[in-house]
Design a protein around this ligand. Sequence first.
Ligand SMILES: Nc1ncnc2c1ncn2[C@@H]1O[C@H](COP(=O)(O)OP(=O)(O)O)[C@@H](O)[C@H]1O
Ligand SMILES: [Mg+2]
Length: 358
Amino acid sequence: MKKTVAILFGGSSSEHEISCISAAAIAENLDSNKYNILMLGITKDGRWFLYSGSTESIRTGTWASDTAACRHAFLSPDTSVHGIVAESPDGFESIRIDCIIPALHGKNAEDGTMQGLLHLSGIPYVGSPTLASACCMDKAVTHTLLASWNIKQAHFLWFFAENYSGDGRKKIQCKIDARLGWPIFLKPANAGSSVGISKVKSAKEMDAAVALAALQDSKIIVEEAVTGQEIECAVLGNECPQASIVGEIGSNAEFYDYDDKYKNGTSTLYIPAHLEESVAEELRHIACRAYRLLGCTGLARVDFFVRNGKEILLNELNTLPGFTSISMYPKLWEACGKPIGQLLDELISLAEERKRYI
Ligand SMILES: Nc1ncnc2c1ncn2[C@@H]1O[C@H](COP(=O)(O)OP(=O)(O)O)[C@@H](O)[C@H]1O
Ligand SMILES: [Mg+2]
């Protein structure tokens, strides 16, 4: 019997557009002989619709204006519904769902908020549970936990944006001087897709960078600027995760920023990365260790810097990585001989395997 799979897309996040592209790619690559696919879209202002139009309109972002193809719907936290409640000619109907794929990125999506609702619904869902999602979203929390397990990272410190004023401002700048030096990378603790991130060359540039980051989050993290390669590793699994071949980003911008990631597309992906095999093997081991310690399940893309070809520094874990046809996560598995359709089958099985914990 076919399974009914709901793909959640859009969302109230700065990564709404990328989510739509990921969701269209996922819908197009799920085997329609095995799955009935439902598309559950969330607009930027947080309205939910069951969408029956084309994946192309999802990709181009015009889906929500096609009112004939949209009906109000929401995911029910009531486990007896085990699915969606949708507007119907008679009022409302409930539609049972076997598995949910949250093709969402960033805030209100990848940060544990959505996972809380998915968990309450009692429906198996792809990806990490609430706590792991929240920990990996908050860069200050991720860094603090990884440091406690002696996983190497760039030197860092974090502060609340509201404390960056008067004496507090001076103290923070002195700490940066003493512990990190300049330049630094200054980021909102909770954001994504490089939104709100600045490379800051001196204390003089700090105020503007803090103001920009504070638009995204009240917590700010600063890190030493690492000169080295940017390496990414795809991890897949629950208790016994596997790590993929590793890939490398050759960015043409000052850093791998939003425009470079999604607009100009001037960065180049190298698969495999230019790394000695022993270094790549160690990096894969660290990726799986961090994944397990943080409680990730299903999938994550673990991102690193490698300095001088050998020093491995973990940068971040993305629990719902980009899943477009040119995204690193599916490309890395493709390079390991796992085409995207098979990868999606495995992700659904991994979600079902965890049903006992929901
Ligand atoms: N400490 C750092 N040293 C050097 N480059 C960095 C550093 N932190 C971030 N970057 C650059 O900024 C990009 C985005 O930062 P990242 O921490 O990955 O945030 P996001 O969650 O937005 O992807 C990275 O891909 C990298 O190019
Ligand atoms: Mg990143």
